[in-house]
Design a protein around this ligand. Sequence first.
Ligand code: C2E
Ligand code: MG
Ligand code: MG
Length: 271
Amino acid sequence: DLGKQVKIRSQLEQALIHAIERNEFEVYYQPQIKAGSGKIVGVEALLRWHNPTLRWISPATFIPVAEHVGLIRTIGYWILTTACQQLKQWQTIGLPSLRLAVNVSPLQFADPDLTSSIQTIIKDSGINPAQLELEITEGSLMWDMDRAIKVMKKIKHEGVDLAIDDFGTGYSSLSNLRHFPLDRLKIDQSFTREIGKDKDATEITLTILTMAKRLGMRIIAEGVETAEQASFLRKNGCDEFQGFLYSRAVPADQITQLLSESQDSSKHPML
Ligand code: C2E
Ligand code: MG
Ligand code: MG
């Protein structure tokens, strides 16, 4: 009932306020796989929250709450810092150059200090900005297109790449995309899931692939769970995959292991 929901929500807000100081957040990493070679070419940083009383709670649920209570700036800064330090460490131990994708929520994107935060974090961690990619959603772009373009140009000016996440779920159209300085388009998992099952969704996926290519963007498909999906996507020009077929998001030590193995093996057996 409503009373119970309000109580849970307020518990969640209270718990979030203390999450950083109590060290409850952890960044997990999910590999991004090159379609042709089957090698890991990037990772996406995904936030996990270990709270003793709330147990497992998805970032899709608590990020909007963090936005609501004004914590997203602090949390966002922490994620970006942690992930960039990790990237630097991979470089230090001699792993091949890798792309790091970090999600930026609409409110973070609207924060006037976003670009200067990015600058500071890049400088302090000592990473190469060309290895960093920010994932923004259609919601960030459509609110105020002119402002979005300005912010994106500033980020690009820092040498950082930009990707559009969950593409196809919002209200932006493919033709709108040409206005934005985007490097990569992530096909949402709701399309990937329907490949070969639903005719319309499959057609839409093909259209997205063709249009994104024409607009000069690279394409990555999210939620790739089966070899059939991977094979369809590869055949139709999708550059990269991300999904459970290869690996879930895993803690830093596990991804480091996967990265070293990927460097050694010529190809992942599943692909
Ligand atoms: P997203 O950025 O689109 O991330 C992809 C989500 O799909 C992740 O869920 C990932 O674990 C999940 N996923 C990956 N492969 C598969 C697959 O093959 N099948 C299925 N069913 N799912 C797959 P996760 O980690 O729960 O994150 C959910 C959303 O929360 C993210 O969607 C993103 O919007 C947001 N989020 C996560 N971490 C952060 C963060 O650090 N900052 C911000 N602002 N948002 C974040
Ligand atoms: Mg993402
Ligand atoms: Mg997504």
